[in-house]
Design a protein around this ligand. Sequence first.
Ligand code: BES
Ligand code: ZN
Ligand code: ZN
Length: 507
Amino acid sequence: MQILLKKGSADGNNLTTLVVFAPEQSGTKVSLPGISKDLASFINEAYEKGEFSGAKDESLCFRNCNVAGAHHVVVVGLGKAETNDYEVARRGAAVALSTLKAGKIRKAGLDLASLGKTMKDKAKVVQVVTEGLMMMDYEFDWYKTKPAKKDKKAFDGVEQVALLGDSKANLASLKKGLEAGTIIGESINFARVLGDTPGNLMTPDILAKETTKAAKGLAKLKVTVWDKARIKKEGFGGLYGVSLGSSQDPRFIIMEYKGAAASKKPIALVGKGLTFDSGGISIKPSQSMDEMKYDMQGGATVIATMLAVAKMKLKVNVVAYVPASENMPGPAANKPGDIFTARNGKTVEILNTDAEGRLILSDALAYASEKKPAVILDAATLTGAMVIALGNTHTGVFSRDNKLVKKVQDAADAADELVWPMPLTDYHSADMKGAHADLQNISAFRGAGSSTAAAFLENFVGEGIPWAHFDIAGTGWNQANRYPYCPKKGASGALVRTWVEFIKNSK
Ligand code: BES
Ligand code: ZN
Ligand code: ZN
């Protein structure tokens, strides 16, 4: 699908279909500024007859109506005026696209004048609309064989959406919004591809190769990949040990983006790249085990964010680390009771091989700390307890640094993603002390499983480095139709928008 910016009306651009946006009303006529008189009377008739209320996520398609210079018109509800924010625009664009798809409409113009009247930053309106369109256009369907002989008339998706700026609008500034939205949309969809691709086709080696391929040609971005021997040699006892149960070798993916002076301390990103989590010897129940292919979604967040940062040419330094492995119960697998030494010299007794994310992250966090970054952010599908606590709406954020939490919250607000601060205290740390090693990989007590996991990770973060851990076990996978722009079941690409915003703000 192509998204482009055009000046003027549907009529002036030879578009057969026009998408407009209208606020929520109940049975009364309203003036619809920016919408032509003829079309406004069509919409008002729909309001009056109760066929359309303008509620958020509602849409109505007038086919063959021939108004406002268009053959068909789609009207999308904006909800109440006070909820008329950028997220409404993002959702509205997604609803528009699904309505076009349902109507098998190939090309349409989207009227920006009827959208975002209360939104000051018009370039950002274009950005979020582009994000909504691109996220909505994603479908995990590429393993379905296509019919050999294609019927030329068969509908094969929406081909083009033109964003129609009013004639006064500054197209050059709107273009910046289109560029940013395209980069973010592409990056989120890339993270989804990584998460949705099954374990047999997204092994640690494939993940590393796909990352290298995606980064190719991007200025100032370098990718380095360590193999199993190097991982062992570097003292990554956690990552090495977890990988031993699998026939697939582990990888350690390093991405470095140098957009600012070398003297500027980098931001470090770390992401769990567990390409399939069977639980290992502490094997998981078979129900929904297939979903454990997205256990590398933290790694995907990191990779997607790096690609976005490099494409946006941000003037920052960012380094990223993705430990990648399978967790399988093969003959050489970790066994309950096994003890390993992590990169920073700390020893860990493995009491449950299914708590493997924290093991592979231990080395990565320790290694990231050696680079003395300004801050470390990590993302991981770390605990089932996180899904129980916050479901798939909010990403749990664990940090002892309140200033950092505030910055994270601001970034999430600006990106319209939901994060929620979770406790991380000395009580949780105490529960992770080991009986036979420095640490044990599961808590000595029941409850607060996400907090004790975060407390475990904290042992590998260098002294004095601001650090926040994001548990995306819930938000990394979409379960329902909560967001019109997320697949109903599949990798969501959550957190990429927040992290890009955070990095932008750090300049
Ligand atoms: N990958 C899982 C966590 C997970 C669960 C992610 C559900 C997404 C959805 C992780 O490796 C795991 O299995 N954690 C264990 C830890 C426990 C053994 C302390 C868990 O949460 O059950
Ligand atoms: Zn696990
Ligand atoms: Zn896992």
